[in-house]
Design a protein. Sequence first.
Length: 329
Amino acid sequence: MKALSSSSMNSSSMKTLLFELADHVRAAVLSTPGTLKDRQVHGVSPGGDAQFDIDEVAEQATWEFLVDRKAPVALYSEDQSLRAVTDRPEVLLLVDPIDGTRPAAAGLEMACISIAAAPFDESATLGDVRWALLREIKSGASLYADRVVDGLEARGYAGPMPNLSAVRKLDRMFWSFELNGHPMALMQQAYGHLVDASANRGGVFVFNSASYSISRVITGQLDAYVDIGNRLLKDRPELLAEFERVGNGHVLHLFPYDIAAAVLVAEKAGVVITDAYGHSLDDMLLTRLDAANQQSCIAASTPELHAALLDEIAWPAPSAAGVEALLGA
């Protein structure tokens, strides 16, 4: 492969780099069916999430590609801290080689390669992300965005993208939410009533992949995606022990690499996407994993649906005493 010189890191070369990296990682994952089947946990990521054998394959493929290409980038990925490929990186590359490890390990389609790129700065934020790519592992379909270029580039879909729905009512929405690292009792208190209201006339899904869920809003298959865990913790710090309990000692909310690419892609598609307070996600630091920098997210196909979710989710979560009673403590 042709090496990229520092002077070549423009929009055209970055687009090529992101697509070729995604191709390489996807090929590596799809060529290891035995690893997919075994589903062995070999450790935890720096953020505390369980890492399966398939994660190791994807992480190694990411690093080997960038080293072989001699790309002037610094890589921050789920399983590793910040690593510079060359002495003077120009670009910070934020990669989740498999966002949706569990679906991928089960051979299901709800998993994406997520790649976000920003001008190199260790204090860069989500708002600094310039280029973003989501590549579906099973289908190969992709969504690409450049912050300074209008529109969204979609490849591999049957129809034009974006294809946002016009749903405004909570009881008719098709939506997904997150459970990994989220106490089910708290989630039931916060939006169990929304599950009850929408499960029959709409649809409720748990995909365990933020990027896949957000991309389904863009394709029109979903109307909304909700992950409120980090807002619950920020509103009620006394819930920390509960989140750590289900996270095996860690807080597992949205990390930067989970959503850095998906947020820019969604914004370019016209999705209303914010944290669970309704605020912009732009200030999220790209290279910090602590709970204070982790995020919540509400993404919706229409402003009306987004506002309704913010209004109807039960804020705040139960008090510590209420949690103890709820859990039978």
